[in-house]
Design a protein around this ligand. Structure first.
Ligand code: BTN
Length: 325
């Protein structure tokens, strides 16, 4: 009886799409008193739901504890091969690690690893990637293109365009890309992409594209040191986002763009990527492992490499760096 009532409350919040619902309205929907509504909201909080309560406005749902099961992702997935095999894990050290192992075991092209939590999420340049439970998309996509290894970095940019389009579709936000693959909303990072390779000397065996999207975290979920630079889609859009729908959208857009890339080359992807790029035409500092390069970001080459024009007119090509705007 009680759980049926809570189910009705949850349905009402889902239909409200992130808007406030008054206690009176909730009481009418659930068929109970306003005091009972309050008690059930407290119960839901204990289960992991996060609500904002404001006097005279009522309650607004900020975060649901939904688990993203492989079945839920498969159910609405409109792809031909990407995500047709999903490895779902509750808690892993890193989905990249699992994906590497699966490649060695011989999994099929398009296999995806999704985890609710990563205890040792890997970022670029040997950094850690903060991956708390139930609040983000932590996944690794395994692709097996018949390409030479130097072309692998282009696939990172293919993935960045796919994630930007999926975020636009689901949230209405307008994300931008900071070279090579940071996705920002309101100047703060909401997504990071890490591409790793298994390759012979002349052929790629598999590309593992690790995608980390901060989805439903609230301010208090971020460690102090990330608060000024990172954000989540829920914070930026003011509403919770379905992680399963976001995964489905990323996979279907990635599949389309990947097929375009294989059939028509990098140029169409480059044009799309540049239309979302934040740093092009601006004076930037590229912090590489060997030092800093200052100058104007001219654009990317047909290989996805960043070109920076220094004050003396010399143009430098940057393969790996952190960009400061
Ligand atoms: C970056 O530093 O910007 C890249 C972050 C990539 C994080 C993702 S989360 C899923 C996958 N598994 C990992 O351990 N890292 C990537």
């Amino acid at each position: 009886m009680q759980s049926e009532l809570r189910k009705r409350l949850i349905e009402a919040f889902t239909d409200a799409g992130g808007e406030f619902l008054s206690g009176q309205h909730l009481a009418e929907i659930a068929g109970c008193s306003r005091t009972a509504v309050w008690k059930h909201i407290e119960e839901l909080r204990k289960e992991g739901f996060v609500f904002e309560a404001v006097k005279r406005k009522g309650y607004k749902i900020l975060q649901t504890p939904e688990k993203v099961s492989a079945d839920e992702i498969s159910l609405g997935l409109k792809t031909a091969f990407l995500g047709r095999t999903i490895h779902y894990e509750e808690s892993v050290s890193s989905t990249q690690k699992i994906a590497h192992r699966l490649v060695t075991d011989g999994v099929s092209d398009g296999t995806v690893v999704v985890a609710e939590e990563q205890t040792s999420g890997k970022g670029r340049m040997d950094r850690q990637w903060h991956s708390p439970k139930y609040s983000g998309v932590w996944m690794s996509v395994i692709l097996k293109p018949n390409l030479p290894p130097p072309r692998a970095p282009q696939l990172t940019l293919v993935a960045a365009v796919a994630v930007v389009q999926a975020i636009e579709e689901l949230t209405g936000l307008m994300p931008q890309i900071k070279w090579p693959n940071d996705i920002l909303v309101g100047g703060k990072k909401v997504t990071g992409i890490l591409t790793e390779l298994q390759a012979d000397s002349d052929r790629i065996k598999a590309v593992i594209i690790g995608i980390g999207i901060n989805v439903n975290q609230q301010y208090e979920d971020f460690p102090e040191e990330l608060l000024h630079t990172a954000s989540s889609l829920a914070i930026e859009s003011g509403k919770p986002i379905s992680r399963a729908s976001l995964i489905q959208s990323v996979l279907s857009r990635l599949e389309k763009l990947y097929i375009t890339y294989l059939q028509n080359g990098f140029h169409p992807i480059k044009l799309l990527w540049e239309s979302y790029a934040i740093s092009i035409g601006k004076n930037i500092i590229a912090r590489t492992l060997t030092g800093e390069i200052k100058g104007k970001a001219l654009g990317i080459t047909e290989d996805g490499v960043l070109m920076i024009e220094q004050e003396d007119g010399a143009v430098r090509q940057v393969y790996s760096a952190d960009i400061l705007l």
